[in-house]
Design a protein around this ligand. Structure first.
Ligand code: SF4
Length: 362
């Protein structure tokens, strides 16, 4: 029965097996009185929303090198921050992170508030992130529930209710276990247990500190929990991306509007993304279609992008975007879908030659 699962057993396990993460103040340091840096805790939690630890680490290290404090980040140029975020996905997070850093500086004298309610008022901080920051950075006994923790709770309880219906019950179970003693370490300990032992497909129950009280382990049902309500299949949208090179090598790129998908990111000009996109070439040119499409999956839909290529003269006047000299073009500033377009186009672009349009002899 889950009520017999003891936080103390998990904390003992955590003291020995805590993951070393660049944003983490480990249990040994914490026991010596070292306090976590709320800025690093916040930044890691924002980056980890929808993204894996292994992907986040190099981004986190680069951000904290460039902007070691929340005040440094608040003063950063939007375009530089968006460029550094490129590839991490879910770009609204980057825009909200900047807004949040600026609000912390403007409204809280550069110090993150400690209370969950005050954290919730900051841009980009939802209930999970507010609870995680309050627990991890300020050692408050907040109930932190993410997908990992739901999985551990569903297994401790052997709860067959599918998600998302099971959420309230799993949150109550998590709340009943959250201790007043070392709540910050406890929150990270459950995260680590879910990430390293109670993993989705093959939980390693033999080394689990909650092996004895776990009902799913006793029933042999752990690998099938938590159950999930079948997801609706995602629709597919189509689009056209225009990759244009000027005869001096410059590439035509445009910054997407701040609001909406990939907001504020650099990309290739293109059509709308829908079931039947209307061609929208940025300039009249001898466009050639690439045989391969770029495919990408967003949260709510799959995208198939037809890629059109053209080389134009120095006098080209596109109706959208801006030419960027080839030596200033940085592939890593593109979001992943736009990188895929570039990677597919690269060889064909290299082989293209520019033919000036014929003019009538007058
Ligand atoms: S005993 Fe197994 S299923 Fe239960 S919490 Fe531990 S790892 Fe997860």
């Amino acid at each position: 029965m889950h009520a017999k699962a003891r936080p103390a057993d998990l904390l003992t396990w955590y003291d020995r097996h805590a993951r070393a993460l660049p944003w983490r103040t480990g249990p040994a340091q914490r026991s010596k009185g070292v306090r976590p840096d709320p800025y690093r805790v916040w930044l890691s939690e924002v980056m980890l929303q929808q993204t894996t630890v292994i992907t986040v680490i190099p981004y986190f290290e680069r951000f904290t090198t460039l902007w070691p404090t929340v005040t440094d980040l608040a003063m950063a140029e939007d375009t530089q921050v968006m460029g550094e975020w490129a590839g991490l996905g879910y770009y609204a997070r980057a825009r909200n992170a900047l807004k949040c850093a600026r609000a912390v500086v403007a409204d809280h004298a550069g110090q993150f508030p400690e209370q969950r309610e005050a954290l919730l008022n900051l841009p980009g901080i939802g209930p999970y992130t507010a609870a995680a920051i309050a627990a991890i950075a300020f050692d408050r006994p907040e109930v932190v529930v993410d997908g990992n923790i739901e999985r551990v709770m569903a297994r401790l309880l052997n709860d067959p209710t599918p998600l998302p219906k099971a959420k309230p019950g799993l949150t109550r179970a998590a709340a009943a276990l959250t201790p007043d003693h070392r709540p910050g370490d406890y929150a990270q300990a459950v995260m680590d247990l879910g990430a390293t032992v109670c993993t989705p497909k093959s939980p390693n129950c033999g080394i689990c500190p909650w092996h004895t009280p776990c009902l799913a382990r006793a029933a042999g049902t752990q690998a099938g929990l938590p159950r999930k309500t079948a997801k609706k299949s995602k629709p597919t949208r189509l689009g056209i991306a225009y990759v244009m090179r000027r005869s001096d090598g410059a590439l035509l790129l445009e910054r997407r509007p701040d609001k909406g998908l990939l907001g504020g990111m650099l990309g290739w000009p293109g059509s709308e993304w829908n079931e039947a996109p209307t061609p929208a070439p940025p300039v009249v040119a001898d466009w050639q279609v690439l045989p391969e499409e770029a495919r990408h999956t967003f949260t709510h839909f799959h995208l198939r992008l037809r890629i059109m290529l053209a080389q134009v003269g120095l006098d080209a006047q596109p109706k959208t975007g801006k030419f960027i000299a080839y030596q200033n073009f940085n592939r890593s500033e593109l979001p992943t879908v736009m990188r895929k377009v570039f990677d597919l186009s690269h060889d064909a672009l290299e082989n293209m030659t520019y033919t000036a349009p014929k003019r009538s002899p007058l």
